[in-house]
Design a protein around this ligand. Structure first.
Ligand code: GCU
Length: 602
């Protein structure tokens, strides 16, 4: 195993050393699903609710050979079969199960999903079975055979199923278990609903045997008139050629793949930069053996200079808002482009140029639509609060989710910040865990900024000091601070001063207060819109006095479901810090933040 690892390491070392500025990621990833030839498996799936995992273990707690994954059919009226998908419940894929069936509202455990499908077999094609995300632990069976499993509730994964599909009546069964685990990422305590299930789309991806598998294309960090990157072919043969066309830039280049099936390129070009004011995307057509794959790519640079963030070399203040992937109106997980567009349009209505997609990688619609709408993106893995920093498997899990997040969105110009943690308590194990994760993030992608949201600032003589040792290892420091809600009165906030140990940009990544939309009173009455508004008014005054502040993403755009929020008549399982109710009604503070953002030029 070590030998294999060393070889892999050597191979990657050789590749990455020769690809400065556009490293090849350690783990290659099937790129750009949205624009590939695919067969959707979305729709109604049959389910079996199995809290004791009876479909997986026998009564001696041993894995069964004939578990529910074989979908055994009765052959004789005397057969004893104690399950039947086809006469059981059905729910929609994609979608969480909690909001689809009343009896599953609080359910945490195993649910078996099953569907049958036909597939048009094409001679010589390769096929992948692709999941946008499944929360949390999934085991996937195809035609009765286990083809793999995945841990992590918010990132895509897939399996090569070439040669495993039939023309008629394929059977796919997925065991999904959303039980929270102490050693998991996130761990057992979070402030969001543990929506379980196949929460994002499932599809069969059809590609020719030799196909463009992964690629990274972007503006060179060090030369703004150069587009650079790499393309990786799978099952390539010597002499395979790859072409890159960007018609609007009169680019039409052809390269020969090397023995690794990789093409590295640098192309002189003078593109219009992607920016929040001009979210310019170029049609890019990659092709190999006359099999084109299209993508829409923006070219921009992002960097820091002292306490400033520079987009395309110009200082920008990130006028943001935090967003959970909670669907407006219907609630539950976002499952469509339209829901994503609603949330992002609300952010634009606020006057935002930036969204913090908390606390886990959102579905690809959110990222691609943000890119089209000119919204910069902070994308985050759920290393949240008190994950088990001492546990090696927890680190491996976090790193894999980091890799999957970066691999999927590495070509998205809007994504400028990779966040690797939220509100983790200081300590040696945590510092080592996060340092390793931060350097891994840079190794995977040294073209974006690394950040984390910290709530470890210390208060001395009326001044808040940013001195968390982890601040040394990020490019941008996120600060979560709830003056006027978890401490102090709303009016006490405007006078608070901040100091930072680090000459780095700081984003006030969370501040806010709860209010039940439509509940009115005085600005000292908790849960009224007036109280929430007073918190915003005074925190905004505080922000104006932080000279190293490069942006903010107040908590939060829309009320979201959380199992920690029990005040029945006010919260009713919702965290009420939204500026908009889950029914889309804006609260007073929405307009206060909007007015503040109007005063900021860029
Ligand atoms: C924390 C945390 C959020 C949480 C918020 C709150 O800062 O990062 O996930 O929802 O506070 O208490 O509302």
């Amino acid at each position: 195993m070590i030998k294999k690892y060393l070889f892999t390491f050597f191979l990657v070392a050789v590749i990455s050393s020769s690809l400065q500025g556009s490293q090849i990621t350690n783990d290659l990833f099937l790129q750009n699903i949205q624009n590939r030839d695919s067969q959707t498996l979305d729709g109604l799936w049959s389910i079996i609710i199995d809290p004791l995992e009876n479909g997986y273990y026998n009564h001696r707690y041993q894995p069964k050979e004939d578990g529910y994954f074989i979908d055994r059919q009765m052959k004789h009226p005397s057969d004893l079969i104690e399950y039947n998908f086809d006469s059981d419940y059905q729910i929609m894929v994609p979608g969480d199960w909690n909001t689809q069936m009343e009896k599953l509202y609080y359910y945490e455990g195993t649910i078996w999903y099953k569907r049958n499908f036909n597939h048009h077999l094409v001679n010589g094609e390769n096929t992948y079975l692709y999941f946008g995300a499944v929360n949390y632990h999934s085991i996937v069976y195809l035609n009765g055979e286990k083809i793999g499993e995945h841990i992590g509730g918010y990132t895509p994964f897939y399996f090569d199923v070439t040669g495993k599909l039939k023309e008629k009546d394929n059977l796919i069964v997925v065991k999904v278990d959303n039980k929270r685990l102490r050693e998991a990422v996130p761990t057992v305590n979070t402030d969001w609903w543990n929506y379980g299930g196949i929460t994002r789309s499932v599809s069969i991806i059809n590609v020719p045997k030799t196909h463009i598998y992964d690629y990274k294309i972007q503006l060179d960090n060090n030369d703004l008139q150069k587009i650079t990157g790499w393309i990786k072919l799978k099952n390539s043969n010597l002499k395979d050629e790859v072409s890159i066309k960007i018609p609007e830039l009169n680019i039409d280049e052809t390269y020969q793949a090397d023995h690794r099936g990789i093409v590295e390129f640098e192309i002189k070009a003078n593109p219009e930069y992607w920016s929040t004011k001009n979210p310019k995307l170029y049609d890019v057509i990659l092709s190999s053996n006359n099999n084109p794959i299209n993508d829409q790519i923006g070219f921009r640079t992002i960097e820091t200079k002292g306490a400033k963030i520079l987009l395309n070399g110009e200082e920008i203040f990130l006028k943001g808002i935090s967003i959970h992937e909670e669907s407006p109106f219907k609630t539950g997980r976002v499952t469509s482009k339209e829901e994503a567009q609603i949330l992002l349009q609300w952010a634009l209505d606020l006057g935002s140029n930036f969204v913090r997609l908390a606390h886990y990688p959102h579905n690809e619609y959110m990222v691609r639509e943000a890119e089209k709408m000119g919204l910069l993106v902070w994308s985050e893995i759920p290393v949240y609060w008190t994950v088990l920093f001492e546990n090696a498997d927890t680190y491996i899990n976090a790193e894999r989710q980091l890799n999957e997040m970066i691999a999927r969105d590495k070509n998205r110009a809007a994504v400028v910040l990779w966040s690797i943690a939220n509100e983790t308590p200081e300590g040696e194990a945590r510092l080592n865990f996060l340092k390793k994760l931060a350097s891994k993030a840079r190794e995977m992608d040294n073209t974006r900024l690394i950040t984390a949201a910290l709530d470890t600032q210390t208060r001395r003589e009326g001044v808040n000091h940013i001195e968390d040792p982890f601040g040394e290892f990020v490019d941008v420091i996120g600060i979560n601070s709830y003056c006027g809600w978890y401490g102090g009165t709303p009016t006490s906030c405007s006078k608070i001063k901040w100091e930072s140990e680090y000459n780095k940009p700081v984003i006030m990544s969370e501040f806010g207060a709860g209010a039940l939309q439509g509940n009115h009173g005085n600005d000292i009455d908790r849960w009224t819109e007036e109280y929430q508004d007073a918190v915003y008014i005074n925190n905004i005054e505080m922000l104006k006095n932080i000279e190293f502040l490069a942006g903010t993403s107040p908590w939060i755009l829309m009320d979201f479901r959380s199992p920690r929020r029990h005040l029945r008549k006010i919260q009713a399982d919702f965290n009420r810090k939204g500026l908009i109710s889950e029914q889309g009604v804006r609260k007073k503070a929405f307009f206060t933040l909007m007015e503040y953002y109007k005063t900021i030029e860029n």
